[in-house]
Ligand binder design. Sequence first.
Ligand code: BGC
Length: 713
Amino acid sequence: MPEIYKDKTKPAEERAQDLLARMTVPEKAAQMLQLPYSKMTREEALGWAEKGLGSFLHVLGDNARELQATALKTRLGIPVIFGIDAIHGHGLNDKATIFPTQLAAACSWNKELIEEMGRVTAREVATDGLHWTFSPVLCLGRDARWGRVDETFGEDPYLAGELGAAVIKGYQGDNMDGEESILACAKHYAGYGEAVGARDSCDTGMTFRKMREVFLPPFEKAVKAGCATFMTAYGSIDGTPFTASEKALRQILKDELGFDGFIVTDWDNVTSLVTYQRAAADMEEASHLAVKAGNDMMMTSAGFYEAAVKLVENKKLDEKLLDDAVLRILRIKFQMGLFEQPEKKGRPGCFSCGEHLEANKKLARESIVLLKNDDVLPLQKEKLKIAVIGPNADDIRAQYGDWTYFSHPEPDPEREPQRPYFTVLEGMREVAKETGAEITYHRGCGVLDENDADLDGAEQAAKESDVIILVIGDVIEQIGETKDRANLDLSGAQQALFDRLKKLEKPIVTVLVSSKPLCIQKIAEESDALIAAFNGGMFGGLVVAEAVFGKLNPSGKLPISFPRHTGQIPVYYNSLPGWHGGKYMDLPETPLFTFGEGLSYTSYEYSNLKLDEKRLVLSVDVTNAGKLDGTETVQVYFRDVVSSVLTPVKQLIAFQKTALKAGETKTVTFRLDKSDFSLVTPDEKRVTEPGELVIMAGPSAKEDSLLEIGVVV
Ligand code: BGC
């Protein structure tokens, strides 16, 4: 038989079919398995490579090369695909460009810059000899207690879908086989972030209608963007573990949405069907369920290999089901050019190169969110005395957040940070060189332990200053998988530190370097200015300083609401309507800050909202009414006046960033579509019902900030 699979002039599908026809059952089962290099000995890993393992994760450099060489020497020589969690940059490699986290980047609402973040990350991952990142997270951050909120694009399905599609395009480039392209992985399909009580990886109690209404849309956009792989969620849907849900995986994702890449499970999901979820008695039953449901590659469930082989040999599992999975994996391997080039060249020397750092800086600059400003920012006078105080002012680990070489595999306090980077303190010192400001610094307290505090020292350091920049937040010990928090109040002595500084009666600019919204109501009320910087990556500290000194005019908008109190969670803006204003007796019904909010050093006025009802073209005039040039993100929401199922009080359907010179007015137009106003019926159909709608446009989801117009569709 001619070896078509070796002929690079043939289409990927034909080559994959040809190769599949040559494979034995054990070779197929091995192809469907992915194992973690970091959790086994070198010999074990080489043994798996000899069996024809489909993929390894968490392996770098020469170790990966050795495995690949071994795989290529096997009977069929199918190359291994290497996966890595390059979550905000290729951060597990300490030479890489470390970007703002997804949540921080989402504050930019800038698709182009986020696509560029994907491109840069792909280039560095490819240069490192790897092929595939387990990113983006398309779960929604609706419950800030969850330890992984920083990994999301925030609380809204529309925004998450738009930004997710952008970063996927960046990772995969125009062609998957590009020298600088890697595979993206849309995860965790679906609803992982809805774990009950935000207890990581606990059950989600998802339903199909709810999934289709809220959680599926970003994943649909990922399919449309050509995302090569999907990762499944922990949790369940209508009582069936996602791993075992044929309806969720095979029927909806593959058949209905037409996803033609491959699905990888999350960490040990097949084994978990036995150990945690008690949905299967043993690995054979679990493997049977997983394959039947439509999982193509099993992450870290090593027992799958033997179980799958046995199942087919004993005729308990139709080999055709393995074929479907293996074909999907091989097709992607051919499409990405792996057979011709098992290791991409990437762009040698590109790690943290000038171009990459510039892309990073641009994104960081647009990710700064100014939440309050009582005429204190930007700092105006020359030669100011500035006290930079607080535990996160000079902690690069906290600034980076999760998924960097500091936080994985285990946080190592001795690990040396790699330049270039700027903490807020360093950024302040850098920019102060231009203004002649004098900077003093005191850490004040730690974040984890109330006894770790020197409030007298902090007071002393701030006493002679004209203004205090207080940098507080959370640290990596509080972020990530299994690090959910029951209480989002400031930890350690941070509140006490604020209270002490407040007594000095000086202007306080509070900067939040944190992985998520924290409950800072008192601080928000009592600070003179407030900046949410989240985890801004290498330049997070520099761009805060640029904003403080007015070198940049903040333009970021929140992708997530800030609760007033942990007990108020969840507080996402697009809730379903209910009685009694959805209010607790001891709290206002509104969040502290709402989705979409973000100020600047100028002010914008909205007027003249118009809708061409026939063409569904919406327009609104936006005026920069202040004295500085700026960039505003115009947001469009809608509400269904009467609908057959409950629909959100408002839902984002479009946004546009627009630059406005001081005094300038622009008419911003949006071409809307009937499908923007759709809902999901009780029998899970997406339809647009005829009737009246209210369309809103403005600077945020805050009720009083929006102009409204009615329309009958
Ligand atoms: C996480 C995934 C991650 C995978 C591999 C899992 O525990 O949930 O997001 O990609 O591990 O590291």
